[in-house]
Design a protein around this ligand. Structure first.
Ligand code: ATP
Ligand code: MN
Length: 468
C-alpha cells in the first residue's frame, strides 16, 4: 500500500487512490450520523487531512472515539473528494491503527492557543504547533535556496572549522573550548593558566565566523561559501541575538565592494522570491497570524533596487531627521538598531546597503579607503539593512595590501605572529577579494515576520538557557 504525506493526500490528484497516511491527531469531532472526523497533521504542510472514520470500524468504540490531540495514528483508506471547507479531499478510513496515546489531562498542546513564550518551555513539543511547523518549513526552504543560489554559480561549499584558535576580529566574545579540569587548572611558573597542557596545546574557542579560513580557500579556489554554526558569548538578551546561530559566508576572489553588494542583493532577492513561490500556504499563515506587513515587505525586497548609502551620507540623514533617538549619532559613532531601522523603514522604506564605515569601529581586515582626512578614515565595509529586522548582512572588501594590513593589526593590538598564515595570503599572489555574512535566523525572521529570534531556530541558545 502506498504511503502518502498529508500534503500529497490533500491534492486532488490523489482522489481514488488506496493509501496509508500517518501522523498526529489535531482534533476529533463525532457526528450524530455514527461516524467521526479526525484532523491529522504530519508536518508536510500547514493544513490537516480530514479523516472520516465510520462507526463500523472494529476499533471505533474502543479506540477511535477516545482519540485526542497528540495521538499518533496510521490510517489506511481511499482518498475521496470532500465537500468540506478548505479542502478538496478527505480520507475515508478502512483501518485506523493507534500507535501512541496522549492523555488529554497531560498533553499541553490542547486547542487553546499558547503564547510563543510559553511554547519555548516545551521546545520538545512546539514543532507540533502550526507556527513552528511553518517556521521550520520556511527555514528549510531558505537553506535549500542558499545552496541552490551558490551552487548554480559554481561556488564551492567549504567547511570551515568550528573549533578555532583565532579570534576573527573580536566579532563578539568567544566560548572557550577546553578539557582542563576547572577544579585544578594547571599553572605556569608565573601563575597564568598553562594552556600548553590543554587539549590543543593552546587556547581554543568556538568560532565566531568562518571568514578568515574562507579567505584562504577563496584565494585558491575563487568562489566559496561556508554555511555552519557560529557562536557568540555576547551577553545580550535581545530579540535578534543568539549565542549559537547559523551563518552563510560567501567569499569571492577578485570581487570588489560593489561586486559584493550586487552579490548580496541578488542573493537576498533569490531567497525571498523562492519562499514566495514555494511556501505560499505557510506565508499566508504568517501574513494572517503573525504580521500582516510581511508579504508586502518581501515584495519590496524582490522588486526594489536596494539603495546604496555611504555611512557619511547616512549620518547626515540621521542628524537632519529631527527624530529623537535614544543614542545620539555623529560621524564616528557606531549605528544602533534604532538608527538602522529608521533608515530602512522610515527614510527609504526599502532595503539599504550602507558602506564605507569609519575604520575605527571596524575590524582590522577591512580594506582601508584613501582617507578624505586623517580623522575621517573609512574602510570598505557594508551592512545590508532590511525593514523590520535591521542588519541582516555584514561584509566587506578585505585588505589585500600586506603593509596596510600589518599596520592596521598593530593599531588594534593584534600580534602579527598569531596571523602569520593570514598575512601569507597577502605575500603570495594577493588579490582583491570580498565577502559577507548572512545570519540565517535573521533571514528567517525577515521572511516570516517572527518577532523573536528564539522562535525561528529549533533549540535556541541564549544566556542562561540551554535546556533542550
Ligand atoms: P549586530 O551588530 O546585529 O550584533 P554584528 O555586526 O555583530 O551584528 P557580524 O559580525 O557582521 O554581526 O555578523 C554577520 C551577520 O550575522 C549579521 O549581519 C547578522 O545577520 C548575524 N548575526 C550576528 N550576530 C548574531 C547573533 N548573536 N545572533 C544571530 N545572528 C547574528
Ligand atoms: Mn555587522
Amino acid at each position: 500500500m502506498k504511503k502518502l504525506s498529508v500534503r500529497a493526500a490533500r491534492d486532488v490528484g490523489a482522489v481514488g487512490q488506496q493509501v496509508i497516511v500517518q501522523g498526529w491527531v489535531r482534533t476529533r469531532r463525532d457526528s450524530k450520523g455514527g461516524f467521526s472526523f479526525l484532523e491529522v497533521n504530519d508536518g508536510s504542510c500547514l493544513s490537516n487531512l480530514q479523516i472520516v472514520a465510520d462507526a463500523n470500524l472494529p476499533n471505533y468504540e474502543t479506540e477511535i472515539k477516545h482519540l485526542s490531540a497528540g495521538c499518533s495514528v496510521s490510517v489506511q483508506g481511499e482518498v475521496k473528494p470532500s465537500g468540506g471547507q478548505g479542502q478538496v479531499t478527505e480520507l475515508q478510513a478502512s483501518e485506523i491503527i493507534v500507535h501512541g496515546w496522549a492523555d488529554p489531562e497531560e498533553y499541553p498542546l490542547q486547542k487553546k492557543r499558547h503564547t510563543l513564550e510559553k511554547l519555548r518551555e516545551w521546545a520538545h513539543l512546539r514543532p507540533r504547533t502550526n507556527t513552528m511547523g511553518a517556521v521550520m518549513r520556511v527555514r528549510n526552504r531558505i537553506c535549500r535556496s542558499i545552496h541552490d543560489f551558490f551552487q548554480e554559480q559554481d561556488f564551492l561549499y567549504i567547511h570551515t572549522p568550528i573549533i578555532t584558535a583565532s579570534d576573527c576580529e573580536g566579532a563578539g566574545a568567544m566560548f572557550r573550548v577546553t578539557t582542563l579540569d576547572p577544579a585544578k587548572v594547571p599553572r605556569t611558573a608565573q601563575g597564568a593558566v598553562d594552556f600548553e597542557q590543554d587539549f590543543f596545546g593552546r587556547p581554543a574557542y568556538l568560532t565566531v565566523s568562518g571568514q578568515l579560513e574562507g579567505e584562504i580557500y577563496a584565494t585558491a579556489l575563487g568562489k566559496i561559501y561556508t554555511f555552519g554554526p557560529t557562536f557568540r558569548a555576547e551577553n545580550s538578551n535581545t530579540s535578534r541575538h543568539l549565542a549559537e546561530f547559523w551563518m552563510v559566508e560567501p567569499e569571492v576572489a577578485f570581487n570588489e565592494l560593489t561586486d559584493n553588494m550586487e552579490l548580496a542583493e541578488s542573493f537576498l532577492k533569490r531567497i525571498v522570491s523562492d519562499v514566495l513561490t514555494y511556501c505560499q500556504e505557510d506565508m499566508q499563515f504568517f501574513h494572517e497570524r503573525i504580521d500582516n506587513t510581511v508579504l508586502a515587505s518581501l515584495q519590496v525586497i524582490v522588486d526594489k533596487k536596494f539603495q546604496r548609502l555611504s555611512y557619511t551620507e547616512s549620518i547626515e540623514v540621521l542628524e537632519q531627521s529631527g527624530e529623537k533617538f535614544e543614542y545620539p549619532v555623529s560621524w564616528g559613532s557606531d549605528l544602533q538598531a534604532e538608527h538602522e531601522r529608521f533608515l530602512t523603514e522610515k527614510h527609504l522604506q526599502a532595503p539599504v546597503i550602507l558602506y564605507d564605515y569609519p575604520a575605527a569601529i571596524k575590524p582590522f581586515y577591512m580594506k582601508l579607503n584613501d582617507a578624505e582626512s586623517s580623522e575621517r578614515r573609512t574602510v570598505r565595509a557594508m551592512d545590508v539593512l532590511v525593514p523590520r529586522v535591521g542588519e541582516i548582512i555584514g561584509g566587506s572588501q578585505r585588505e589585500d595590501r600586506l603593509d596596510v594590513l600589518t599596520t592596521r593589526m598593530e593599531e588594534q593590538g593584534l600580534r602579527a605572529e598569531d596571523y602569520w598564515w593570514y598575512l601569507d595570503l597577502r605575500k603570495f599572489g594577493s588579490v582583491p577579494h570580498s565577502g559577507f555574512g548572512l545570519g540565517l535566523e535573521r533571514m528567517v525572521q525577515a521572511v516570516t515576520g517572527m518577532a523573536n529570534i528564539r522562535d525561528v531556530i529549533p533549540f535556541p541558545r541564549t544566556p542562561g538557557s540551554a535546556e533542550f
